[in-house]
Ligand binder design. Structure first.
Ligand SMILES: [Zn+2]
Length: 260
């Protein structure tokens, strides 16, 4: 293995340097969705940071010091059960922001925010964020749209964890990860996956083997490669398409609700 850490480190993305220069595209969708003039006014409060795998940004009940707009990093939102087990209830990549409680008037995180994919993010102090959020209706609109998608993801994940079988959930998780890191290759240990999916390691091994036998993924020494995206989508439980539809702004169609 070419990585030095014991667990996931997204290996294939060469763009690992912070990007804040004027002319470069904005990687984070929330920031990219703002009119350029609004983004420029936020810029002096944004700081490029590298997030390390396994880093905890906040614990449940902890005061939020900064919000994070992931560029190519990935953050898991975990809920703790009996102070021991952690279960993933959501994930945030370039489509969103970590620290969303601030948009609802709370300065305390309800979840553990754990860096699941190392990479870059832009962060802003909570104090500055509150000011910017209060004065910018466009920032509010962008973040409420994202909040709606995040809530859909969290509620769907809760139902998924309860009702869907491990193989379909693993496929969903791999696809969601791949979408956010924009790569079909990433590194991951079974221990880590077992926490993410809330199942025992043996369950993860069986599910990964089944997907591998169907030639949808290759899983070797902690490195996952998605071989067949469409096939993996077909193997995933329906939650993937539902949540992706919400993130793409196609929630109504994905959820089968009437138009209008
Ligand atoms: Zn599901």
């Amino acid at each position: 293995m070419d990585n030095t850490t014991s667990a996931s480190k997204w290996g294939s993305n060469p763009e690992s340097t912070p990007r804040v220069s004027k002319r470069e595209p904005i990687a984070n969708s929330v920031l990219a969705g703002l009119p350029r003039v609004t983004y420029e006014s936020l810029k002096s409060g944004l700081e490029a940071v590298k997030l390390k795998f396994g880093e905890i940004l906040y614990e449940p009940g902890q005061v939020i010091g900064h919000v994070y707009f992931p560029s190519d990093s990935l953050v898991s939102l975990l809920t703790l059960v009996d102070h021991r087990s952690a279960l993933e209830v959501g994930m945030v990549g370039r489509e969103g922001m970590v620290g969303m409680a601030l948009t609802l008037g709370s300065n305390v995180s309800p979840v553990r925010a754990l860096v699941q994919g190392a990479g870059t993010a832009l962060r802003m102090s909570a104090a500055r964020f509150r000011k910017e959020f209060k004065r910018s209706p466009l920032l509010q609109r962008g973040l409420y749209t994202y909040l709606n998608a995040l809530m859909a993801q969290i509620t769907q994940t809760a139902a998924c964890n309860r009702f869907h079988h491990v193989e379909g959930r693993l496929a969903r998780w791999l696809l969601m990860t791949s979408d956010r890191v924009r790569s079909d290759k990433f590194e991951l240990t079974q221990d880590f996956l077992s926490h993410m999916l809330g199942v025992r390691r043996v369950g993860v091994t069986e599910a990964a083997s089944a997907l591998q036998e169907r030639k949808l993924i290759e899983y070797r020494r902690g490195r996952i490669t998605i071989l067949d995206h469409a096939g993996l989508e077909a193997a995933s439980c329906a939650c993937y398409a539902l949540v992706k539809g919400m993130n793409d702004g196609k929630g109504k169609r994905a959820l089968g609700a009437p138009a209008g």
